[in-house]
Design a protein around this ligand. Sequence first.
Ligand SMILES: [Ca+2]
Ligand SMILES: [Ca+2]
Length: 370
Amino acid sequence: MAVRLWLVCGMALAGVALAAMRYAAPAPPPPEVSTSLHVRWEAPEGETRSLSGSGTLALVARPGGALAVMPRAEITGAGSWVLDSMVQRMEGSPPAFSLEGKKPGWRAEAPAQGGSYEVRCATTAVFTLPGTWARRGRPHSVTTLQRLFVCVPISSRELRRGFLRGYWIGEYPAGVPVPSSFVAVPREAAKAHVSRHLRLGEFTSPPSEGHPDAWPRYAPFHYALVDKIEALNDSLRRRSIAARAVHCYSGFRSPGYNRSVGGAPASQHLTGLAMDFIIDDDGDGRMDELTGDGVVNIDDARLVGEIARELDASGRVVPGGIGIYGLRDPNDPRHPTDANLHIDIRGRSVRWARYYPDRARHDRWQDWPW
Ligand SMILES: [Ca+2]
Ligand SMILES: [Ca+2]
């Protein structure tokens, strides 16, 4: 009897010790949760658009237009952890712009008032470890946050003596139409994706001379230009050019900034219809060598310009200007020449090629055969 009692006590102690050991054993690495948002909304022209991504996203919506947000969460590297529950919360800013949770996503109307509104989506996933009761008692939670900026265009009727909500746009020269609306771009929304490759900040103007670098910036915004640049990206990928994406460096130019960089007085950049870009996969800030001759010059821009021409002719995008530029850079003997491009959506096809023998002298250029 005593032996049996000792045996039971021993087994119980061993069980407790084993459980304690397992409890004390280091937990496996925590699971990872990656979230993404899928957004569908009514754009200013009335068309329905959609965008997906795992980073910060931005969209330009018609005032009062329908908006649907579908957060998604993917569990990677969970190991032996088991998903117990998942909670997704959406919060709008200002609070008046809150999204109602309705399966399979959140639906709302974009605010009627022009401005930029931030929506935060927090996803919390709670995991447990199967096994002992002790393990089950130590859940592990992972919260990820994703941001969405809903931009409702602001009517240019709010422009007062060149200022829009305190931000200096400048006076439009005679004969240049003032854009009908502007989009507010807060600093934290500048890097938000508006499409697969493009970020909202790429469409803003640098500050004019004599005016502070204030945020939010305000810029006209056209999805037709976004679509054209994305279509050009697709065309480049389909061709033998090994380019990941075009690198945009000059979109909207405020009248003041356009003057300071010597832009054409009636430039398409003033109305936000144009974009200057290079192909820069190696990230050195200069046009890449694309033609295989080892030299970066106007011929590399011409190669991309030809693809843009074919795209215009296809009827899939709004046609416009295609400009190719060759630049000689006297300051850098390692890169004696350089190149860049311009595209716009003015509605009719026009093209030009210019060569600048001296980069510093924008008034000295010559037409180039194209
Ligand atoms: Ca480069
Ligand atoms: Ca070349």
